[in-house]
Design a protein around this ligand. Structure first.
Ligand SMILES: [Zn+2]
Length: 528
């Protein structure tokens, strides 16, 4: 008998935390950051207190109440006493590992809190992206996936109580075990083991997946971030397939097709399948994004700003092609350059920044006296590639600037010419906070008289892209009909939907398939 307990990803998009237990051992399938649960209580300026260790996370229901799996440096004295009578409290030891499907934080973020000796199984690309994102990002205490800053309890003189403060002993890297590519170049090893953000990193070499007590299969799939995979786990009840996030209509859709074939051959007992876009009837393909973006940008005069999701390297490559074909320069931010360089350590097909004429790097106006070392190194290494606001300003027709809403405060330095183009190649707002940001984005465009293309507009409380401007964003997730195809072709005995606001879609649409659809409950256990 295999037990699957769903601590996250039930009725919500993201935050997947699924515990698989068998007499062979225990695994977590992803350990994601639950954005929607945070939003119930918190916002930008009201956050869980890092100084309180695990307390806020456990009391507010952001982390499951499982004693024994979390970092001991975050455990306050007698922390667990108050939870021992709680309904879903458990003492849980001997976790064999986390099967991480990809480096989006809603799947990986809460790995931050787990004990460092619990291995994280992933593809090499996912491990490298996790590090690159953390090196070049804000790395708040609940998003330290690849390495973390241990905390020590300290009490300031005159204060009555202590708090958990960042220790100065150096960051500690987690143990990542990768399913592919263990022959790393020296440069790749250097990247993995060396500190780029902090003074000192206690690193751990990459391991492989052979030591896991379960027999695992890692199936690469296509998603809006490179390195995504589905996992197969051989259990005493048969194979369990966990899809992670996937699509069939992206640049690497063939990978997902291959996963479907190989998973079907295992005649799995269960398939845990995502359902983000169950209510979408069709997809926009990445090739259409290229064609539509090319048309819009080729006719444009003045500056072009392209807004697409960060870390979506495939979208970046789509816009790079548009830049080449419209004789403009794709102007990326240093963190994108750092990610591209990291990706190239594992995949030589990724363009080399130094050799690619159509790529340059935008240097923002900054007031930092001592910028982080990754940033300093990026500017040094690519010094001939740096452009400033004044360069863009004086030759506006030469550039496609890769900015999102969060970078628009650079516009006063650039002074885009009236009628310049803002191409929106990302998803529509999903919650009230994002709606507010979209209203602000529209105000910025009005202020600088920029022309929007592909940007959702609010009409009677609904956000919609104008009909003639559709087709500029290929989602990272398969549409409803494609998801049903995945289910029918893999043909598991049991299908368990996760990562969906409408999981009943599968009940409604698979009744004639011979597949038993089971809807999990939050914190509930399904036995198979
Ligand atoms: Zn994802």
């Amino acid at each position: 008998m295999v037990k699957l307990t769903f601590y996250g990803g039930v009725g919500e998009i993201g935050g997947n935390k699924i515990l698989l237990e068998d007499d062979k051992g225990k695994l977590f399938l992803d350990f994601g950051y639950p954005y929607s649960k945070y939003r119930v209580f918190y916002e930008e300026y009201l956050k869980p207190r890092p100084g309180a260790g695990l307390l806020d996370m456990l009391v507010m229901g952001l982390l499951p109440q499982l004693e024994g799996i979390y970092r001991t440096d975050l455990e306050t004295e007698n922390l667990w006493q108050q939870f021992r009578r709680a309904e879903h409290y458990r003492k849980l030891e001997d976790i064999d590992g986390i099967l991480l499907t990809h480096a989006h934080l809603d799947h990986s973020g809460h790995i931050s809190f787990l004990r460092e000796d619990i291995p994280v199984y992933a593809t090499a690309t996912t491990a490298f992206i996790a590090k690159a994102v953390q090196d070049s990002g804000i790395s708040s205490f609940d998003q330290q996936v690849c390495y973390f800053t241990p905390r020590v309890e300290e009490c300031l003189k005159g204060w009555r109580q202590g708090a958990y403060v960042a220790s100065s002993s150096g960051d500690r890297q987690r143990r990542f075990c990768v399913a592919d590519k263990l022959e790393l170049s020296e440069e790749a090893e250097d990247f993995w083991e060396k500190a780029t953000r902090q003074k000192k990193l206690v690193s751990q070499p990459l391991g492989d997946i052979s030591k896991c007590s379960f027999h695992l299969r890692c199936f690469p799939v296509d998603h809006s971030i490179p390195g995504a995979c589905s996992w197969g786990i051989e259990t005493s009840s048969g194979w369990v397939i966990y899809s992670g996030d996937l699509r069939l209509h992206g640049r690497h859709g063939k990978l997902t097709e291959l996963m479907i074939k190989q998973a079907a051959q295992l005649h799995p007992k269960a398939l845990i399948l995502e359902g983000t876009n169950v209510d979408k009837a069709a997809n926009v393909f990445e090739q259409e994004v290229y064609e539509n973006a090319f048309k819009a940008i080729n006719d444009a005069r003045g500056l072009v700003i392209a807004d697409f999701p960060p870390r979506d390297v495939n979208r970046l490559l789509t816009f790079l092609q548009v830049a080449r074909d419209t004789k403009r320069k794709l102007t990326i931010l240093p963190r994108d350059a750092y990610l591209l360089k990291t990706m190239r350590l594992l995949d030589r097909e990724i363009p080399d920044l130094t050799e690619e004429d159509a790529l340059v790097i935008y240097q923002k106006t900054t007031a930092a006296r001592s910028p982080a070392s990754w940033l300093r190194k990026t500017y040094q290494e690519y010094s001939s590639k740096i452009v400033l606001a004044k360069d863009v300003s004086s030759n506006q027709g030469d550039f496609i600037l890769c900015f999102s809403f969060w970078d628009l405060n650079e516009l006063p330095s650039i002074q885009p010419r009236a009628g310049s183009l803002y191409v929106f190649s990302s998803s529509e707002p999903h919650n009230e906070e994002q709606e507010m940001d979209f209203r602000r984005l529209h105000s910025w465009l009005e202020r600088f008289q920029l022309r929007a293309f592909g940007l959702p507009v609010e009409r009677n409380g609904e956000w919609e892209i104008p009909e003639e401007e559709k087709g500029l964003h290929a989602s990272g997730h398969a549409c409803g009909p494609d998801l049903l195809r995945v289910a029918r072709e893999i043909q598991p005995e049991v299908l368990i939907p996760v990562h969906s606001e409408k999981p009943e879609f599968y009940v409604d649409n698979l009744s004639d398939s011979g597949i038993n659809v089971i809807l999990p409950a939050e914190d509930g256990t399904v036995e198979i």
